[in-house]
Every structure is written in C-alpha cells, then in structure tokens.
Design a protein around this ligand. Structure first.
Ligand code: ADP
Ligand code: MG
Length: 313
C-alpha cells in the first residue's frame, strides 16, 4: 500500500552553489522518483542555507553599491527568492526523471509562508548567523539604521544574527493539500518557509527570522496527514556517542529513548538535534505515524525497513 510521505531534503541534496545544485538535484530526483514509482505520494520540503546566504549577500552588495537607490532586502524576501530558485531546479529535475520513467505526474512548487509567534522567546535571543561578514563600522551602521542584531564571530568579523522561532502553522496548507489530492508532486516549505506573523486584519508581515527546515517539515507532515516523515541528510543513521570510540549507530528509536539520549547530549544542536526532535514530535502526533532519518541514496531501502534510523512508538 502506498504511503503519504513528506521528505525533508538536507544540504547535501542541493549542493553549495549554482552548478553543484544543478548536478545534485539529478540524484535527488532519482531518490524521490524511486518512492513515487513504488506507489507512494511524496511531498518535498528542503533546506536553503547556502542558497539564502548567497542571495542575501548579493542583495547586501546591491545596497552597498548604491544605498540611496537600493534599500536592504528583507530576509523574508530572500527566503522567498531561495524557494523559487530551488523549486525551479527541483521541478525541472523531477519532471525529467518522471518522464524518463514514463510516469505522467505534474510537479509544482508552492511558495510557502509559515506562521511564527511574534512573542516566541527566540526573538529575544537571536542566535542564527546569516549573510556576509561586516567590518565594525558597517556593523555599527546596520545596528543604528536597521536595528539589526550583530555578533562578533570568532575573530572573523561581524555578522548579523536572526532568531529561529518555532513554526506554528502553514499558511498555504489548503493549496498544498489540494495539489497532493490532485496527484501532483508538491515542493513546499523550502528553507523552513517564509516566516510571517499576523498583524491587523488579514495582513501577514514577513519576520526577520529563519525557521529550521526540520521543524517546518514536521509541521507540514502533520498538516498533510502524512504516514511518514523522512529526513534525508549526510549520515545513514543516527548515532549515540557520535564521533567517539564507542559510537553506536541506531536502527530504531522510541520517543522515550530519544528523549533520554537528548538529555544526555548525544545530538548536536543545530544539526542532528532538530532532526531527532522533529522525528519524535511527528511519531507521537498520531497513531501509526513514523519518522526515518537516513541518507538521500538510502531513502528507498530505508522505507523498505532495510536501513536508516526509524523513530516510532
Ligand atoms: P542537513 O543539511 O541535512 O540538515 P546537518 O549538517 O544540519 O545536515 O545535520 C546532519 C549532521 O549531523 C551529520 O552530517 C552529522 O555530522 C551531524 N551529527 C551530529 N550529531 C549526530 C549524531 N548523534 N548522529 C549522527 N549524526 C550527527
Ligand atoms: Mg541542518
């Protein structure tokens, strides 16, 4: 029986620059179409670290070239641009792979806004560095004129830091559901989604924040009522004592075991920790739901229960 699967693609599925992305998406498309060919419904979410960094840097250089003419580009707009550009490459690669295998299925990217809580404590404590390094003078100017938060980054210069609030809900969820029901392969929640919050009436305002793509994928998977959340990354399995002599790769993990290991500090914040947290939240969100963390190339074997770390109750 086909399952409804949300796949969260990590950085290695997309590469670090334009030519790398063009090549990487071909392998990524193969892994995704393998699952479609087996009868699963697939919804694709993805990260955007290097891409949004590149766009943000380009837009900052534009402002620097002529500050009168080009005001700084809001981060939410940079995220939207990254969704468009990554969606374009993914749509193209998926279309080609589907046609090559004789599968007649449409592919569509949804520019996705994700609601965050303006009272989220993360806004009081921005920790996520983004964009280019600045000199002290440039940083002071940005603080004074734009209200940016900046940090001194390990002797390498100054960088803007933004908050990473928790995703609350997906604004375009009904469109995403309708497209999935219509049989389309949907790409959504790129880069964790464009962070927005509600102001007066129906207005949504972009937030100067980035949302963790693993947490956004977890919300997406719940809101499309997926059976499985697959987080594809650079390791085949989750480990305890990662990188140590007594490292142990895990085939499966219950939410209780995961919480115990989280408490013992086995998963690095900012890399494996959000994945395990997202996997646990999804696995506990309804009976029968499970999550899987594995390598892109192992997605098919992972769904068949042959590898990866499965998280379920
Ligand atoms: P992605 O772009 O897929 O989100 P990340 O670099 O954020 O990738 O997270 C994946 C990385 O997490 C792995 O490549 C690995 O180096 C690291 N990692 C940290 N702790 C662990 C652990 N306990 N088990 C496995 N990998 C871990
Ligand atoms: Mg990551």
């Amino acid at each position: 029986m086909g399952k409804r699967i949300v796949i969260a693609l990590g950085g290695n599925a997309l590469g670090n620059n334009l030519p790398e992305q063009m090549i990487a998406v071909k392998q990524t498309a193969k892994a995704i179409v393998d699952l479609i060919q087996e009868g699963h419904e697939v919804i694709v979410a993805h990260g955007n670290g290097p891409q949004v960094g590149m766009i943000q840097k380009a837009m900052a250089e534009l402002t620097r070239s002529d500050p009168e003419k080009y005001i700084p580009c809001p981060l939410s707009v940079c995220v939207a641009m990254s969704q468009g550009y990554i969606g374009y490459d993914l749509q193209n690669a998926l279309r080609e792979e589907l046609l090559d295998r004789g599968i007649n299925k449409g592919v569509a990217t949804v520019l996705t806004q994700v609601e965050v809580d303006p009272e989220d404590k993360a806004f009081q404590n921005p920790t996520k560095p983004i964009g280019a390094f600045m000199t002290k003078e440039e940083a002071d100017k940005m603080v004074a004129e734009r209200g940016y938060n900046v940090i001194e980054d390990a002797g390498r210069g100054y960088r803007r830091v933004v908050a990473s609030p928790k995703p609350q809900s997906i604004i375009e969820i009904q469109s995403i559901r309708d497209m999935v029901e219509a049989g389309l392969v949907v790409v959504a929640c790129g880069g964790g989604g464009i962070p927005v919050y509600k102001t007066e009436g129906h207005h949504l305002k972009g937030a100067a924040a980035v949302i963790d793509k693993d947490f956004a994928s977890c919300v997406l998977a719940q809101q499309v009522e997926a059976d499985t959340l697959i987080i594809l990354t650079a390791v085949e399995k989750v480990a305890i004592n990662f990188g140590k002599p007594d490292e142990k790769w895990l085939d499966s993990l219950t939410p209780d075991e995961a919480r115990k290991y989280i408490g013992e500090g086995h998963f690095a914040p900012g890399s494996m920790l959000p994945k395990v947290q997202a996997a646990v939240e999804f696995a506990e969100s309804a009976p029968g739901r499970s999550a899987l963390i594995t390598l892109l190339e192992k997605a098919k074997d992972g769904v068949a229960g042959k590898t990866g770390t499965a998280i379920h109750q």
